[in-house]
Design a protein around this ligand. Structure first.
Ligand code: GLP
Length: 242
């Protein structure tokens, strides 16, 4: 696993965007794995700049989201599909029809997650997956203690994650969904390249476990140690426990 310690979020965003540019130079029909949270925002900004400058195009791309809340109102700004549309998809030239995510509002959730896992494979798989990390080491919504080889599944959000995310729901824990649909760790590991972003001191322990800890379901991101092409992009604060 490659580790890049960079001065700030802007440098991190530009470094990951350059990798994505390389992937799309090699094959304009590549598939990009997109993530929510604040971590990928500087990457999205750098990607939007590249597209506006005519140096990158997503017109033949598919975007695959990592996860989604279950039962959230379709128009809620925190619905992950809406977040991805706002932060990246609507600002680049990807066809909105090619922006895919697990459907957290399906009548049959088990069927929906299976279909999503299949869709990723049938579309050729994810070429590069952008990832953030939770302070407890979760990636997507794969919370500590889950399977290290899981496929896309319905999950229960931990109290910690719901409390962390309450800020997006008027600070009201009762408004935070209790369940999610998420790509599993096995699904994420199928991506041909992984780029994880972590900044700030509250990610330092998770980063230390990710880079130097043993592989453990208690720190889900540690499974990335098994990936042949994984890189993490962190700032000094997130690197402070290495
Ligand atoms: C949520 C998302 C994750 C994300 C994490 C960290 O739990 N499901 O994909 O990595 O938040 O978010 P942030 O980047 O805002 O710290």
């Amino acid at each position: 696993m490659e580790v890049f310690i960079l001065p700030d979020e802007k440098a991190i965003g530009e470094a990951i965007a350059a990798r994505i540019q390389k992937v799309f130079e090699a094959n304009p029909k590549s598939n990009l794995g997109v993530a929510t949270g604040s971590s990928p925002l500087s990457t999205y900004k750098a990607l939007i700049d590249l597209v506006n400058a005519g140096k990158l195009s997503f017109k033949d791309a598919h975007f695959f989201m990592l996860d989604e809340y279950v039962g959230i109102d379709e128009n809620h700004p925190e619905r992950y599909r809406n977040v991805i549309m706002t932060e990246i998809a609507s600002q680049v030239d990807v066809d909105p029809e090619n922006v895919h995510g697990p459907n957290g509002n399906a009548d049959d959730l088990e069927k929906a997650v299976q279909e999503y896992d299949n869709l990723i494979k049938e579309t050729g798989g994810v070429d590069l997956q952008i990832l953030g990390i939770g302070s407890d080491g979760h990636i997507a919504f794969n919370e500590p203690g889950g399977s290290l080889v899981s496929r896309t599944h319905v999950g229960v959000l931990t109290k910690q994650t719901r409390e962390d995310n309450a800020r997006f729901f008027d600070g009201d824990l009762s408004k935070v969904p209790t369940h999610c649909v998420t790509q599993g760790l096995g699904t994420i590991m199928d991506a041909r390249e992984l780029c994880l972003v972590a900044t700030g001191e509250n990610k330092a322990e998770a980063v230390a476990q990710l880079v130097e800890g043993g592989i453990s379901a208690l720190w889900p991101a540690t499974i990335m140690q098994m990936h042949p092409k994984a890189a993490i992009f962190i700032d000094e604060a997130a690197a402070s426990k290495l």
